[in-house]
Design a protein around this ligand. Structure first.
Ligand code: Z16
Length: 832
């Protein structure tokens, strides 16, 4: 056996090393067995992907071991369960995550090394599970990990999309979308559950029947039924103490094919029903903050909400025998309004299928559900046309009408119940055709409604939910987002994690607040040196990746200024590009001033239908092309756009960032979570007082963050005076010059007017207040430069960022949900 020959034969090892040696040998043998018997390959024929599958299956065995005990123990102890309903789970890769949380990573790396296989190579061949658009989906993934870490008996419920978020390619500076195909090589993490199938009805009609007790009952006869088939993925918490389930539903036709039709020669027609049914779980909608509005999207929402509720009600009844105790044993969290139809579905199940009286059913529903809001953008709030609802979900539409009638009857008695107020409170928006307001439904059907940062939660009360809050004071609560430190510190930045553990101890990932101890070393020059060396190594790694992917050479000693997130006007990538253009022109005018070498790194996808966002991508690429090839700059400024931003790319970029761009128009970014990942890894933030930036400033201290620009209140005041940019442009020579060069085609010589419309919009109709904030942003960037020149001051700030970010662990966020919304206990992890 070749692998036996390559085993190191060093001097007699210490006892602990010997135990690890035995582990390594056992893991190595298990991987070899998986490769042979589960993958069906020999060592000599195995590709890196084969090795990846064999390794994944070997760690999966350990995961399953604990998974089954977790399920058993939740059952035995009658624990209340948490159900996290989300149309998106942006998980990324799982190999390193599973190995980390099962505490097998060093042994597995060593076992593979004995086989001549490099774990980092296997890491890279795994496809990202990209079942989400951005922050909302990634938050769901962080929450799943933290719920397992805190031993909460939780299930994630969502859709097993055949195709996740599109792959982005850049051609001639423009975004092109290609289908993503994460399942094409199989998925070693999931278990199909062919026995768990739920029928999902659409359309049809409703009959009224008389029950034996004389009461009336509504019976829905769907016109069409599809099946929801379950696939389970185990989600290990830190140290593997508890493992939860992510259950994703795949759509399937009731009849696989119409055999009569097939036999009569109509081979395509025989498959039509199947294609129609299975289209429901085919593809993730790529809009982040704009609702899709199509019938297929509503079918997706009902499909997974109904399957999940049928599944959890069935589980509850089989455990406890009585659906009326549901709220004692189940908490259902709605991740945005996407699953809000679940509220009507639970009423349907309770009232129509279990004969529970309406008022009691409504009390159970409200006690069970809670709802998280992720945006205030009015155009982003989901509404469905009443005629579509009536056609697709006739019984649910009746239920919504009844909820609304009882709700409006309650408030119409109040003295301030004007028509205007009732219209604002109604579940039906009558202003442009009749539409069902899903946010209102989620609000009414829940006992708690939360925002995702303090500022956002406060604004919810004065904007979209102002009227509803007045009839339910105290229902709105804040739960500031968080991130899992296992992925975003240890897996993304293992060298920094080791350094920090030397200081705070190896319980850093059990209790992130111990990071505070690092603050004492912020001025320690030898610690600063080690911290800076790790950053530099991460920048070298990223520079190699950039060279490979887009052929641009980066200077690792330049300031890496990073702006990565979905492309959206409110996130103001344009503000950043304008600053790059302004500095470009200054360097050309005075090439030999003491410029700071800087690299602007952009990455992010634009919704395929969002024309302006796609134009912004093109602008970033066009500007980069001119700047990167201008010899007059002597490499002092580079602008790169990295294609196909996803979770695994974020894991590479964030640990290499010096500066984190969080520059949304104040009041528009609900929270942000990338902001937290950067600050934890020691990038300084340049940002507005928006979303969680406010709380990051409070924790890291205002000297250690570069805050600029209008506040949310000032944005509102300014907008009410008009959004013409001409004054701001006239007052700022740098801004006028930058706009002028973009508008005149300096960066688009092949099509000089390409950006005329964009510049005109900023000039005459600047809704996102780019022009109003330009000078403040420009000045904040100069403050960044001054700090960068003073290296001890820079590293002091960076270290203090890391030290004070413990509070932003999603363990803290989840502990708050558990205590204040779900009423379930948590058990913090700890060393075995
Ligand atoms: C999304 O990712 C978010 C909001 C939304 O309405 C839809 C999607 Cl797909 C984001 C917010 O924009 C961001 O500020 C927040 O941090 C994130 O949700 C998680 O709460």
């Amino acid at each position: 056996e070749t692998h036996a020959a390559s085993a190191p034969d060093a001097a007699a090892p210490a006892a602990e090393t010997q135990a690890i040696g035995e582990d390594v040998a056992a893991i190595r043998d298990l991987i070899l067995a998986k490769l042979k018997y589960s993958v069906g390959k020999s060592v000599t024929a195995a590709s890196p992907h084969d090795w990846f599958v064999a390794t994944a299956l070997s760690v999966r065995d350990k995961v399953v071991e604990s998974w089954l005990s977790s399920i058993e123990s939740s059952k035995r102890t009658g624990r209340k369960r948490v159900y996290y309903l989300s149309l998106e789970f942006l998980i990324g890769r799982l190999l390193i995550d599973a190995l980390t949380n099962m505490e097998m990573i060093d042994e597995t790396r060593a076992a593979l090394a004995e086989l001549g296989v490099d774990l980092e190579t296997l890491r890279e061949v795994e496809d990202d599970a990209a079942l989400g658009n951005g922050g909302l989906g990634r938050l769901a993934a962080c929450f799943m990990e933290s719920m397992a870490t805190l031993s909460i008996a939780a299930y994630g419920y969502g859709i097993r999309y055949d195709h996740g978020l599109f792959r982005q390619r850049i051609k001639n500076g423009r975004q092109l979308e290609y289908p993503e195909d994460w399942l094409s090589f199989g998925n070693p993490w999931e278990f199909q559950r062919p026995e768990i199938v739920c029928p999902i009805g659409f359309g049809g009609h409703i009959d009224t029947e008389t029950r034996p007790d004389g009461e009336l009952r509504q019976v829905w006869h769907p016109g069409e039924t599809v099946e929801a088939l379950a696939y389970d993925t185990p989600i290990p918490g830190w140290r593997g103490a508890h493992i939860n389930t992510l259950r994703l539903w795949s759509a399937r036709a009731v009849d696989p094919l119409r055999l009569d039709q097939f036999n009569s020669g109509d081979h395509i027609g025989a498959l039509m029903d199947r294609v129609r049914a299975e289209s429901i779980s085919k593809v993730l909608y790529p809009g982040d903050t704009t609702p899709a509005g199509q019938e297929l999207r509503l079918r997706q929402e009902f499909f997974f909400a109904s399957a999940s509720l049928q599944d959890l009600v069935r589980r509850h009844i089989s455990l406890y025998g009585d659906v009326r105790t549901l709220a004692d044993k189940a908490a259902i969290q709605l991740n945005d309004t996407h699953p809000a139809i679940a509220i009507a579905e639970l009423m349907h199940i309770l009232v129509d299928l279990h004969d529970i009286p309406w008022d009691e059913a409504w009390a159970i529903t409200q006690a069970t559900f809670s709802y998280t809001n992720h945006t205030l953008l009015p155009e982003a709030l989901e509404t469905w046309p009443v005629p579509l609802m009536e056609r697709l979900l006739p019984r649910h539409m009746q239920i919504i009408y009844l909820i609304n009638a009882l709700h409006l009857a309650k408030v119409s008695g109040e003295p301030d119940a004007t028509g205007h107020r009732l219209a604002a409170l109604s579940l039906i928006d009558e202003s442009h055709g009749r539409r069902v307001r899903m946010g209102h439904l989620a609000f009414l059907g829940s006992h708690k409604v939360n925002g995702v940062s303090q500022l956002h939660s406060d604004l919810m009360k004065t904007t979209v939910f102002h009227d509803l809050e007045s009839i339910a004071p105290g229902k709105i609560t804040n739960k500031t987002n968080g991130i899992t430190f296992r992925r975003w510190l240890k897996e993304a930045n293992p060298a920094l994690t080791s350094l920090l553990m030397e200081v705070v101890g190896d319980n850093l990932l059990d209790n992130a607040m111990v990071l505070e101890k690092v603050a004492a070393l912020a001025d320690d020059s030898s610690f600063q040196e080690r911290y800076a060396a790790i950053r530099r190594a991460n920048k070298m790694t990223l520079a190699r990746l950039v060279q490979q992917r887009i052929g641009v050479k980066l200077n690792p000693d330049a300031l890496f200024d990073v702006h990565i997130k979905r492309i959206h006007e409110y996130k103001r990538q344009v503000l950043n590009i304008l600053e790059a253009v302004a500095i470009y022109e200054e360097i050309r005018a005075q090439p030999f001033r003491d410029w700071i070498p800087r690299v602007k790194i952009f990455a992010g996808k634009a919704a395929a239908s969002y024309t302006t966002a796609k134009l912004i991508i093109q602008l970033a690429n066009d500007v980069g092309k001119v700047i990167n090839s201008d010899p007059a700059l002597r490499g002092l400024l580079k602008v790169v756009f990295l294609p196909n931003y996803n979770v695994s790319l974020a894991e590479r970029i964030i640990p290499a960032a010096d500066l984190s761009e969080q520059i949304s128009t104040a009041g528009m970014e609900a929270s942000g979570t990338g902001n937290m990942k950067f600050a934890l890894n020691g990038a300084l933030t340049i940002g507005t007082l928006d979303g969680a930036n406010v709380e990051i400033m409070e924790h890291v201290g205002s000297p250690n963050i570069f805050i600029f620009g209008l506040t949310a209140d000032e944005v509102e005041a300014k907008r009410s005076q008009g959004i013409n940019g001409q004054d701001a442009i006239a007052r700022s020579p740098k801004l006028s010059e930058a706009l002028e060069s973009i508008a005149s085609g300096v960066f688009s010589p092949d099509e000089p007017h390409r950006y005329r419309g964009l510049v005109d919009a900023l000039t005459y109709h600047d809704f996102f207040l780019v022009t109003a904030d330009f000078d403040a942003y420009y000045n904040a960037q100069r403050a960044v430069f001054r700090r960068w020149r003073d290296k001890p001051a820079w590293w002091r700030s960076a270290i203090l960022n890391t030290a004070h970010m413990g509070w932003f662990s999603s363990d803290r966020t989840i502990a708050e949900y558990a205590e204040e919304i779900w009423n379930v206990p948590v058990t913090p992890p700890g060393r075995k």
